[in-house]
Structures are given as structure tokens and as C-alpha cells.
Design a protein around this ligand. Structure first.
Ligand code: DP6
Length: 312
């Protein structure tokens, strides 16, 4: 039996849109932070037939089946029992597919002795889910052309930011990221402008991270999240991922920053809010979000390590 662990990552410059065709190539670069306290734990065992168990329940997951089918076109992989669990809500906009595919390829690579390099694992993780490539890295990571495998920009200790995650709804989202971004590509009048602005945001965010420029990063990251949601809202039919708790949290975080606290928000394809802050601000941010109407729960993470095998 082989066990691997991977953490979800939160994009500060978002990926929302693919190059049409195979291989799951993003249409624009992205930059993210990997979290530490949230994690996916995946155990793999050779068995008589494939069995996928997520959070204790056997499932038929088309994304995982497709991923295994592609992997088997290139590598010899026996039937496997894949038993995976998340210590956070699954499919609710908290990047469970990112940590899921990062843990899966890490575990399979070790268990089946595929001998894949870090770059190869990143490419396979990306084929499973674009954002998963970034969970192969710890700290700050980037996913960009021409090779589209993720690279570490800063290790976690080099700029140890905190992320306060405010949960506003634990249900599984109604439209997946894969379906949502295809809808945006086909229908949003803002899609091309979104891609062009993201290329610029990516370069600026990279510079801000390397310079540890918190305020610069805050402006770029909030604009990236809001621009992505503008593209979502302008898709047909519209993609509305926010609820009233999301909006209340945005207003609270904006107010805290106006008072001089080092914090900014980001939101993915779901209603949860992530408040990124300097470590000294996180207790105040956590307290403020706990008191905000519509917030069901709050948890704080630091920056996490890369995906890894913990038992082989
Ligand atoms: C909003 O990586 O889940 O979280 O490649 O289709 O699996 P697929 O999409 P996925 O999309 C992530 C979207 C996002 C932004 C981001 O993480 O960059």
C-alpha cells in the first residue's frame, strides 16, 4: 500500500479557460499558494479491479476514470483500489480536485514505480485538473507556457503568508469548473479581454511576490478574482457562485484593509472566501470573519509543502 498527501492551492492569478482540444492546456498563466492545514490523503493498493473511494464512499468519478485510462495508454498500471479523503468540503470551491489529482499521481508514481520526474507528475496532474499541477509544488507556484508544468516561485518559509478560509456553504457546486470555464469561453463577451488582462496580471504578480510586495499583490489578486467572476457572471447562462455570506465577507475584508490591516480576499468557483494576510493580521481577520453574517465556519492555514509520499 502507498499513501500520498497533497494540499489544495488557491490561485492569486486565476486560471479560467482552456485552449480548445486535448491535454487540458490552460489559456492563460496562473500563480497560486499551496495551503498547509487542508489536505487530501490518498492510499493506493493493487487489487482485482479498479475501485475509487472518496471520503469513505465508493464512487464512479468520470474525471478519475478518464485520467487512469490516459495514464494506462502510456504506462503499465494494474487495477487499483484508490481510497482518498479530504479534511475539508469536497467539490465546494476549495480546490479538492487540485489536491486530489496531485496526491493521486504522486501515489501512483511511487506505487507502480513509474519513475516520473517532478515535471512529468505535474503534467499528468494538469491533465487530471489544471490547478492540480500547482499542488505538486509548495509555497508559491506558477503554471505557465510553454511547457505548462508548475514551478515553485518561493518555498513556504520564504514569505509565510496566512490564509483565513471562511466557509459560507458546504454543498457541492452546481456547475463544475471544467463546464463553467468552457461556458465562459463560448459565451462571455469579456473572455478575450480576460485572457489578455490575466497575462499582464501574472507578470505583475510574479514581480510582487519576488519583491514581497503585499499591497501590490493584494491589488492584483483581488482584481484577478473579480475579473474572473465578471467573466462568470457574463457567461450564458450566468455562473453565479456567490451567496450573501460571500458579499458580506468581501465588505468586511475591504473595511479591514481600509483600516490598515494587511489582508486581501480571493474567491474561486464557489461561495467560500479566502482572506490572504500577513501572519500578524490573521487573528484579527479570523475574529472579524467569525462575526460576519452568513459565515458558517472559519479556519486558518499557513503555506504548505509540495505533494509527497508519506508511506510506501
Ligand atoms: C477557479 O483546475 O478545477 O479554481 O482543469 O477543468 O479541472 P479543470 O479546472 P480546475 O479550475 C480551477 C479554477 C479556479 C481558478 C484556479 O485555481 O486557478
Amino acid at each position: 500500500m502507498t499513501t500520498a498527501i497533497a494540499h489544495p492551492n488557491i490561485a492569486l492569478v486565476k486560471y479560467w479557460g482552456k485552449v480548445p482540444g486535448a491535454d487540458n492546456i490552460p489559456a492563460s498563466p496562473s500563480l497560486s499558494i499551496t495551503l498547509d492545514t487542508l489536505r487530501t490523503h490518498t492510499r493506493i493498493e493493487t487489487s482485482n479491479e479498479d475501485l475509487v473511494i472518496i471520503n469513505g464512499k465508493p464512487v464512479d468519478d468520470p474525471k478519475i476514470s478518464k485520467f487512469l485510462m490516459r495514464l494506462r495508454q502510456v504506462h503499465t498500471i494494474p487495477p487499483l483500489t484508490i481510497d482518498t479523503d479530504n479534511n475539508f468540503p469536497t467539490g465546494a470551491g476549495l480546490a479538492s480536485s487540485a489536491s486530489g489529482f496531485a496526491a493521486l499521481i504522486t501515489a501512483i508514481n511511487s506505487h507502480c514505480q513509474l519513475g516520473l520526474s517532478h515535471e512529468d507528475c505535474s503534467t499528468w496532474a494538469r491533465r487530471g485538473s489544471g490547478s492540480a499541477a500547482r499542488s505538486l509544488c509548495g509555497g508559491f507556484s506558477t503554471l505557465t507556457e510553454p511547457l505548462w508544468h508548475a514551478q515553485t516561485l518561493l518555498d513556504p518559509g520564504m514569505w509565510p503568508l496566512h490564509v483565513v478560509i471562511a466557509i459560507t456553504d458546504t454543498s457541492v457546486k452546481s456547475v463544475s469548473s471544467t463546464a463553467g470555464m468552457e461556458r465562459s469561453r463560448l459565451t462571455s463577451p469579456f473572455y478575450d479581454a480576460w485572457l489578455a488582462s490575466t497575462r499582464i496580471a501574472y507578470e505583475r504578480a510574479r514581480t510582487a511576490v519576488l519583491a514581497r510586495d503585499f499591497n501590490g499583490l493584494a491589488t492584483i489578486a483581488e482584481a484577478s478574482a473579480l475579473n474572473m467572476h465578471a467573466v462568470m457572471l457574463s457567461s450564458q447562462p450566468p455562473l453565479m457562485y456567490w451567496n450573501s455570506g460571500t458579499m458580506a465577507a468581501i465588505q468586511r475584508i475591504t473595511g479591514l484593509r481600509e483600516q490598515g490591516l494587511a489582508v486581501f480576499f480571493t474567491i474561486d468557483a464557489g461561495p467560500q472566501i479566502k482572506a490572504v494576510c500577513l501572519p500578524e493580521a490573521s487573528v484579527t481577520v479570523e475574529r472579524a470573519l467569525r462575526e460576519t453574517p452568513g459565515i458558517l465556519g472559519v479556519t486558518t492555514a499557513g503555506l504548505g509543502q509540495a505533494a509527497r509520499v508519506i508511506h510506501a
